[in-house]
Design a binder for this molecule. Sequence first.
Ligand code: NAP
Length: 321
Amino acid sequence: MIVFPFMSVQSEATSTKQNDSISKTEIRNVGFIGLGIMGRPMAMNLARGGFSLTVFNRSKDAYSEFQSIGARIAKSPREVALGSDVVIDMVTDAPDVEEVLFGPDGVVEGAHSGLVVIDMSTNSPEIAASTAERLAMKSIDFLDAPVTGGDRGAREGSLTIMVGGNKVVFTKCLPILKKMGKEIVYMGKTGSGQATKLANQVAVSIHTLATCEALLFGSACGLDLNLLLRVLTSGAASSWNLVNLGPRIIKRDFEPGFKAAHIHKDLKYVMRVAEKERLALPGTATVHQLMNAVLADGYGEKGTQALAKILEKLASREIIS
Ligand code: NAP
């Protein structure tokens, strides 16, 4: 059993002016599925925040730290749902969301009426809409609530969380989201969280390319790259990528905060929307193509900064400080 003190959510729940009939019952029991780079610290922050936590992960090596804080370990997503008021999933892609929610032994198998499912992984507005519809048929509420802020934001509980779905459900779940993030923005109807996240990834992916190109250029000019980063991060060129990934590229640290395979996945969804809406997104399309090469070179499980390796290959030189 979890040992953390219960956190009151009454003030959040009662502050809403919505007429919806959702119960304002306090949320105590939170289930968390997917204890990867992001999910593990996010779930840990929920436990630290006083929620009674049940976790499930496909591979079992993530469990020891949760056992040591008294979280319940479930044998399946179904078992997570049995004891939870809210179930969060933070898995990889849409087929994984499908498996943990609707597969054999999935969340739906153990769900009760009024359960809330929050998908915090990144996929697409269409997938969010169809997931919400299918869950609604079982009287399960749904929010799409992807995040930005990286592994650091997950550890520090300072993620930005963008949420789509019913506003009353959002208000009910806000105390949970506040334990994982600082900036929590209700974006509107179901799918608008994922649409916002994909817009974020358009900007992020181009910033990643900009970071890699600036360092390659500086290196070719013989500059001290630490000094270069000092200048670039203090002026108009600065970005999250320059601040967080720039130093890792200089140290030739290509370990993932955010995996290259994941930005590749996100850009796949961006390009689908772009095609449907007849949008020309040449910058994003370029990064998507380059990420094909990152994956082809076997760097899918490395961080997005592995893009630098492909630019180095094209330039036949390394980024050297
Ligand atoms: P990750 O480290 O690869 O973790 C993914 C987790 O999902 C793992 O625990 C994995 O289990 C689990 N999983 C995947 N498929 C599953 C399935 N079919 N059934 C059960 N469990 C499954 O990835 P991450 O970096 O935490 O990212 C998770 C999501 O957040 C992705 O959608 C990503 O795009 C998004 N995101 C990531 C970042 C970031 O900076 N890392 C930032 C914002 C958003 P196993 O341990 O068994 O593989």
